[in-house]
Design a protein around this ligand. Structure first.
Ligand code: COA
Length: 262
């Protein structure tokens, strides 16, 4: 039986696990409980061999997530602020390093920690009325759940500075132009588009997808040389898997058949 959470909702649909941030009256603001529950749900999903892809979204029409729960920020000291930062970094790194593709279906505001969560995902689809941004500077703080690093990697240093240091929100269509989201879709198509994407991903061998993801991440996380080494290591390892050999054989025998038909 699947576990019941208080701030998120987890459901398995065929080979995809949906994780929905579920505090719609607070625009799915991420509090300490939600961080912990996300971590547990990701652990469970990692171990679940039926789960081939993950979609993360927010409940309601208004928000993916409006960020860290500001009411919890009020009580922070220097020490507890560092703990909260490390915890958020650890949970969002779980998203980034999950061995399965993760899609963010951004159904409204993705602000602050909400954007940081989306940035840790492999793919970002946004509803046309979504707005994204890092408004932390307006509270006198900075993104601290990996946002300063991931945003710069994804959209480049110049755009990241604009977003983080000015705190302006961008609408979904502008976010696509910046490379912050991959695709914009009508609100009523968001779930179906996310599902279609995971279905395409599920057609490919999970080990190859896992290694593709890890090789890309290794290269951007450490040095370029380290990334190249990991790329070689994972590429070589794939040749010990049955799926890779089958895929290559199938491609070649299809071509041979076509040539024979001519
Ligand atoms: N933390 C805690 N509660 C939040 C929240 C957050 N980050 N963002 C929104 N909420 C709560 C509001 O307090 C409000 O709760 P209430 O009804 O009990 O008063 C509820 O969610 C709805 O938000 P509201 O501000 O009334 O909606 P809006 O449509 O007028 O504005 C936003 C939407 C997103 C522009 C606005 O809520 C906002 O700026 N939120 C903060 C975003 C932010 O700074 N995030 C980074 C945090 S580090």
């Amino acid at each position: 039986m699947s576990k019941t959470y208080t701030t998120i909702n987890v459901r398995n649909e065929q080979t995809t696990t949906w994780i929905t941030l579920d505090r719609p009256d607070k625009l799915n603001a991420i509090n300490a409980t939600m961080l912990q529950e996300l971590s547990e749900a990701l652990d469970t999903t990692e171990k679940d061999t039926n789960a081939r892809c993950v979609i993360i979204t927010g409940k309601g029409e208004k928000a993916f997530s409006a960020g860290a729960d500001i009411t919890e920020l009020r009580k922070l000291t220097q020490e507890t602020a560092a703990e909260l930062s490390r915890k958020g970094q650890q949970v969002f790194s779980q998203v980034e390093t999950l061995s399965k593709p993760v899609v963010a279906a951004i159904n409204g505001y993705a602000l602050g920690g909400g954007l940081e969560l989306a940035l840790a995902c492999d793919f970002r689809l946004a509803s046309i009325d979504a707005e994204l941004g890092s408004p932390e500077i307006k509270l006198g703080i900075i993104p601290a759940w990996g946002g300063t690093q991931r945003l710069a990697k994804i959209v480049g240093v110049a755009e990241a500075k604009q977003l983080i240091m000015l705190g302006d929100r961008v609408k979904a269509e502008e976010a696509v132009k910046m490379g912050l989201v991959d695709k914009v879709v009508p609100p009523n198509k968001l779930e179906a588009e996310a599902e279609a994407l995971t279905q395409r991903l599920c057609e490919y061998p999970p080990t190859a997808l896992k290694y593709a993801k890890h090789a890309i991440n290794s290269g951007t996380q450490a040095s370029f040389e380290y990334g190249l080494k990991k790329e070689t290591e994972f590429f070589a390892q794939l040749f010990s898997t049955k799926e890779t050999k089958e895929k290559i054989d199938a491609f070649i025998s299809q071509r041979n058949k076509k040539e024979g038909d001519c």
